[in-house]
Design a protein around this ligand. Structure first.
Ligand code: IPM
Ligand code: MN
Length: 351
């Protein structure tokens, strides 16, 4: 099988870490009997500053034709916040209807967590973040901008269809794991939005009798992530809360250098990315950790149905992290390329 993959290295350290992910994909391709046709797109801050283009419609049209998209990072220090994030990353998520943002929180053996007394047995869960609605939908507006009477309204959009398809994905994922699903919300205050989520959750649960369901408020969830992360298996939540709790998830699994995510349209084109951002201060120094980007490539293989190749990449990651001094940029005991070499070597050997 030949997979056509669109590669968007993007801004900052994105290109450095994407190069290592591609290295690992190439290393497993032969032994796993598959091949890749990578097509690079220079979307990001540099192109915007040079040409004024953010995401041309023609590029969006081309991106729809790929098996998957592999993304580095979007965000540039010389571009005001929001332009690239909304114009590229969020637009891709919305236009390609990638309604699931899947974010595993896994502590690999040998990786340091800031949580005292917690081990890899305790930190192994997945957040299913709704990825096309909520506060991210862009509903609202501003009146009397820049005056003392300014009014800013930002509304959370929650549709029954959007909530149901996200819950369905989460229930099915829970069935494949430890069969526990926690809805995270704020039913005690956001009674309209999470009233809908809660009812939809309760109504869907009987169709999955083998899945144990649970509910937690988002503020309490932040506390449990630190105190009792072992309670969680699959978490499902809205876009904004999912954004916030997955940064907390990332730090308990060893930091932004490790955390990967998939923007998934189960019926369409999905996009995989390290969740850490463009890290401008490390750009070009070859000190950032490519493990998150490589783990994103692993998720891409899984979603494409290449379980064997994905397992080999995971084995490569697991072996490599035990050899690294730290997951933090500049403290790994290796540079970015050397970490990529190690994973590539160990992943290929696992096939
Ligand atoms: C993420 C990021 C994005 C988000 C930003 C860059 C728009 O924080 O992928 O979590 O908020 O979704
Ligand atoms: Mn985020």
């Amino acid at each position: 099988m030949t997979y056509r993959i669109a590669v968007i290295p993007g801004d900052g350290t994105g290109p450095e870490v994407v190069a290592e992910g591609l290295k690992v994909l190439k290393a497993v391709a032969g032994p796993a009997n598959l091949s890749f046709d990578f097509v690079h797109y220079d979307l990001g801050g540099e192109r915007y500053l040079r040409t004024g283009e953010i995401l041309p419609d023609s590029v969006l049209h081309e991106l729809r034709q790929f098996h998957a998209i592999y993304l580095g990072a979007i965000g540039h220090p010389d571009v005001p916040p929001g332009i690239l994030e909304k114009g590229i990353l969020l637009r891709l998520r919305f236009e390609l209807d990638q309604y699931i943002n899947l974010r595993p929180v896994v502590l690999y053996p040998g990786v340091e967590t800031p949580l005292k007394d917690k081990t890899p047995e305790d930190i192994n869960f997945v957040v299913v973040r709704e990825n096309t609605e909520g506060l991210y939908a862009g509903a609202g507006g501003v009146l009397k901008y820049g005056t003392p009477d300014e009014v800013a309204v930002q509304e959370s959009i929650n549709t029954r269809k959007g909530v149901d398809r996200c819950l369905k994905y989460a229930f099915e994922l829970a069935q494949k794991r430890r069969k526990k699903l926690t809805l995270v919300g704020k039913t005690n205050v956001l009674t309209y939005a999470f009233g809908l989520w809660y009812r939809a959750f309760e109504e869907m649960a009987p169709a999955y009798p083998d899945v144990t369901t649970d509910y937690a408020h988002v503020d309490a969830t932040c506390m449990w992530f630190v105190k009792n992360p072992e309670w969680f298996d699959v978490i499902v939540t809205d876009n904004m809360f999912g954004d916030i709790i997955t940064d907390l998830g990332a730090i308990i699994q060893g930091g932004m250098g490790v955390a990967a995510g998939g923007n998934i349209n189960p019926e369409g084109v999905s996009m995989f990315e390290p969740i850490g951002g463009s890290a401008p201060k490390y750009t070009g120094k070859k000190v950032v950790n490519p493990i998150a980007a490589i783990a994103a490539a692993q998720m891409m293989l899984e979603t494409l149905g290449e379980a064997k190749a994905a397992a080999a990449v995971e084995a490569g990651i697991r072996k490599t992290v035990t050899m690294m001094k730290s997951m933090a940029a500049g403290q790994m005991g290796y540079n970015t390329e050397e970490v990529g070499d190690l994973v590539a070597q160990h992943a290929a050997a696992a096939l």
